[in-house]
Design a protein around this ligand. Structure first.
Ligand code: PLP
Length: 365
C-alpha cells in the first residue's frame, strides 16, 4: 500500500484508465449479464452501504430481500417458498447441494447432473466431497432422462435438471425428472439461473418449477436476465424449513443464527433486483423476453441464410451455430463442442443483430 494517499483527481484518472480498458457491452454477444436496468442502478446507489449479513441493522433492506423471495417464489408458482439472495448461480447451486447432503446422510454421497450442467456443480462437488455422475445428453443437448434411473442409487443425494442450459439454451425434460425424483425419493434441484427469468415470460412456458411436485429447490439469477446489478442470485426452496439444517450460531450479530454461505452480503443488488421486478411487472418482463427471443430468432434465420446452420433450436435466448469464424470486433463464445454461441441479452438489440449479420456476410465477400 502507498505510504501517503493519492490525490482524488489523480486516483480517478487512474481508475478511469482501467475502466477504459473494459469492453463496452455494445459488441459483447457472449455474456449472460447485461448493463443494469436504469431503475436497478438507481436503487443500487441508494442502498450502497447496506449489509444483509446483519439484517437487524438494516430491517428495511431485509424486508426487500423477503419481498424478492416472495416475488420470485410466486413466479415459480410457490409464493410461500423459502429463499434468500445469493451472490449468483454458483452459490445457489452449492447451497442446494449442502441442503441435499444434510437431508440424506450416507457414507459416499453422489449427485446426478446432466453433462450440460454449469461448472459450478464441479466446484460444489469438490467442496462438499460428492461424486458427480454425469447424465448424457440427447441429440438436442437435453438431458437423456432414460439414462437417469441407472445412475441413481441409495447414495444419490441430489438430482439436477437445468432450465436454460448455459451452452445451448435448452430446458431439460423436468416433468419426467420430477416423476423420477418422487419415485426414487431423491432431492431434485433445478438450475434456472439463466432460464428462471426467461421461461415464465415465454408465450408457451415449459414446466420446470415448483408446480412439479418433485422439485425441491431452484436457482434463479436476477443479475442475468433480471437486469439487476451484480451480484444478485436467489436460491428458492420448497419448504423454508430446509434451511434450518445449514444454521450456524452467530452470537455477536443482530440475528443469532444464519444459513447463508456468505456472511457480509450486499443489500444494494437485492434492492436493484426488486426495483426491476416492481418497475417492469409481468407485462414489462414479457416484453423484454419477447424482444430477446425475437432477436434470437432473427439471428438464427440470418445466420442460416448465410450458410451457418443452428446447432439446435433453443428454448431460451441462446443461439448456437456451426460456424468456426467470427468477424473482428465482436465477442462471441464457443461451446465445448466448438459451436459459436451468442446470447441475445437485452443489450443485443435488433440493430446489433443486423450489424453482426452484416459483418458476417462481409466475411464471405
Ligand atoms: N447456472 C447456470 C445455468 C448458468 O448459466 C450460470 C452462469 O452462467 C451459473 C449457474 C453460475 O452463475 P454465476 O456465474 O452467477 O455464479
Amino acid at each position: 500500500m502507498r505510504e501517503v494517499g493519492c490525490p482524488e483527481e489523480e486516483l480517478f484518472s487512474f481508475l478511469s484508465l482501467s475502466r477504459q480498458e473494459d469492453l463496452g457491452y455494445q459488441n459483447i454477444l457472449s455474456s449472460m449479464c447485461t448493463p443494469p436496468h436504469p431503475v436497478a442502478a438507481r436503487a443500487h446507489a441508494m442502498f450502497l452501504e447496506t449489509n444483509l449479513g446483519d439484517p437487524g441493522l438494516f430491517p428495511g433492506t431485509a424486508a426487500l430481500e423477503r419481498l424478492l423471495v416472495r416475488r420470485l417464489g410466486a413466479l415459480m408458482h410457490l409464493p410461500e417458498a423459502g429463499g434468500y439472495a445469493t451472490s449468483g448461480g454458483t452459490e445457489s447451486n452449492i447451497q442446494a447441494f449442502r441442503i441435499a447432503k444434510k437431508r440424506k446422510r450416507t457414507r459416499s454421497p453422489n449427485v446426478v447432473v446432466p453433462e450440460s450442467g454449469h461448472f459450478s456443480f464441479q466446484k460444489a462437488c469438490d467442496i462438499l466431497g460428492l461424486e458427480i455422475r454425469t447424465v448424457p445428453l440427447d441429440a438436442e443437448f437435453r438431458m437423456d432422462v432414460d439414462a437417469v434411473d441407472g445412475l441413481v442409487d441409495n447414495n444419490t443425494i441430489a438430482l439436477v435438471g437445468v432450465a436454460g442450459t448455459t451452452e445451448y439454451g435448452v430446458v431439460d425434460p423436468i416433468t419426467r425428472l420430477s416423476e423420477i425424483a418422487l419415485d426414487r425419493e431423491v432431492f431434485l434441484h433445478i438450475d434456472a439461473a439463466f432460464g428462471g427469468m426467461v421461461v415464465p415470460f415465454l408465450d408457451r412456458p415449459i414446466p420446470f418449477d415448483f408446480r412439479l411436485p418433485g422439485v425441491n429447490s431452484i436457482s434463479i439469477d436476477p443479475h442475468k436476465m433480471g437486469m439487476s446489478t451484480i451480484p444478485a442470485g436467489c436460491l428458492l426452496v420448497r419448504d423454508p424449513e430446509y434451511f434450518s439444517s445449514l444454521n450456524v450460531d452467530t452470537p455477536y450479530l443482530t440475528v443469532k443464527q444464519e444459513y447463508t454461505l456468505a456472511g457480509t452480503r450486499p443489500g444494494a443488488s437485492v434492492a436493484a433486483a426488486v426495483a426491476v421486478l416492481e418497475y417492469l411487472g409481468m407485462d414489462g418482463m414479457r416484453a423484454v423476453v419477447a424482444g430477446c427471443m425475437e432477436n434470437a430468432r432473427r439471428l438464427i434465420e440470418g445466420m442460416e441464410t448465410l450458410g451457418y446452420p443452428r446447432a439446435v433450436t433453443p428454448d431460451v435466448n441462446v443461439a448456437t451455430f456451426s460456424c468456426d469464424r467470427a468477424p473482428a470486433g465482436w465477442r462471441v463464445s464457443r461451446t465445448r463442442a466448438g459451436d459459436m454461441r451468442i446470447i441475445c441479452m437485452p443489450h443485443v438489440t435488433r440493430d446489433v443483430v443486423e450489424a453482426f449479420l452484416g459483418d458476417m456476410s462481409d466475411l464471405d465477400a
